[in-house]
Design a protein around this ligand. Sequence first.
Ligand code: GLU
Length: 173
Amino acid sequence: FWNGSATESQERFPVSTGLCMTLHPSLRQRWNGSKGGIIMCGIVGYTGTQNAAPILLEGLKKLEYRGYDSAGIAVVQDNHISVSKVTGRIAGLAEKTDDGKLLPGMTGIGHTRWATHGAPTEPNAHPHTSNNGRFAVVHNGIIENYMDLREELTRKGYHFESETDTEIVVHLI
Ligand code: GLU
């Protein structure tokens, strides 16, 4: 998810809408222990002619049944990406953003997280943003070699704001 400021070598990549079901052992264990409920994190994206945030919130509400511990949205406007995150329910995210009104813009992404790497806290909730604020990423799944990549990126001077495996992706981009 990109803030729109371009250089010649960069192509805009599409905001995607997708869902995942990850069968990594740690998730499978939670699946099995989930009293028959489904535990799958979720991703929703929107780009169009309406404000994105209310649509993202609606999408995230529809994904609630899958199970999650925290959630967040990112919306781009005038080359600036605004992010809002909460632990707990989507209702809390709706409240925090005044039903999305506090994040104007017609392109955005949203995520419900089921933590695998890092506690279910607000800094660990997605989206994660690049140090220069130009990219935001949501991700479902696990990056197995994230520790090696994190060490390498830290050596190169990137600053990490979360404990997640996901955050390495935004710094790699
Ligand atoms: N591994 C990532 C994290 O812990 C993504 C978890 C998920 O799929 O929701 O943040």
